[in-house]
Design a protein around this ligand. Structure first.
Ligand code: ZN
Length: 246
């Protein structure tokens, strides 16, 4: 392939802009916010589940407490009713009186036991409610930190996009100076090897850093200035400049 030496030199400008674009793409993929968002999202999802579990437990205990309190009320009502019967004097038989008194005593004992149960549930419920509050606080803190990280990510991405758009604009201008067939070869090599062109500098390919052999240097020396030469090692277009060492 043939191309004017000036057009070949423009390939180096293009390669420089492409390396800036590559760096920007790398920065976009490796923003520290991305890892932070990933980590915080996982923690947030975990806390959402934990809050639901804790709320369910607290709800269960609230229902358990209501039921235990109803049990206490039922026993108390029955004891009160028995007590009224006793106080009314309607029961006169000594055997019935003894039986009624024994029932009242056992109902009081039962009421005491059930009140213990209520107290024990109330303690567990208090602990469960505290756990819910703590977890909600943690969840909301993580959500706020996550939102802040997302905002920082969006700002960083917008900055990168702005810079990339600017570089793309300049790249368009440089590409316009390069003949279509040479540009096509450059793009193909870039696709295959990551970089399409490199400077020959001091007898060394700046792309792969390999020093050219004397035979290769002689072949390039003998090639016309408008001949497009390639690095035997990395296949990039080798651009000759006064610093090439020829
Ligand atoms: Zn090379």
């Amino acid at each position: 392939m043939k191309a004017a030496p000036e057009a070949q030199k423009r390939l180096l400008d293009l390669a420089e802009l492409d390396s800036v674009l590559d760096r920007l793409a790398h920065r976009r993929r490796t923003l520290p916010e991305l890892a932070e968002i990933d980590e915080r999202s996982k923690l947030y999802a975990k806390l959402v589940t934990q809050v639901i579990e804790a709320e369910t437990e607290a709800g269960d205990l609230a229902r358990e407490q209501t039921k235990a309190e109803n049990d206490v009320d039922a026993v108390r009502t029955r004891a009160d009713r028995d007590q009224k019967r006793l106080d009314s004097g309607a029961v006169t038989s000594p055997r019935d009186l003894a039986s009624l008194q024994s029932e009242i005593a056992s109902l009081h004992k039962r009421q005491g036991d059930l009140e213990e149960v209520v107290l024990e549930i109330m303690e567990r419920r208090e602990a469960a409610d505290t756990k819910v509050t703590d977890l909600i606080t943690q969840r909301d803190e993580v959500r706020a930190a996550l939102s802040a990280a997302e905002d920082r990510r969006d700002a960083a991405l917008a900055e990168i996009e702005k810079e990339a758009a600017d570089v793309q604009g300049r790249r368009g201008g440089v590409a316009g100076d390069i003949p279509a067939d040479l540009l096509k070869l450059y793009e193909k090599l870039k696709e295959q090897y990551g970089v399409g062109a490199a400077m020959l500098h001091g007898g060394r390919c700046q792309g792969c850093k390999v020093a050219l052999s004397i035979a290769e240097m002689n072949a390039i020396k003998a090639a016309p200035h408008d001949e497009v030469v390639r690095c035997e090692e990395c296949r990039r277009i080798l651009v000759r400049t006064p610093e090439s060492g020829l």
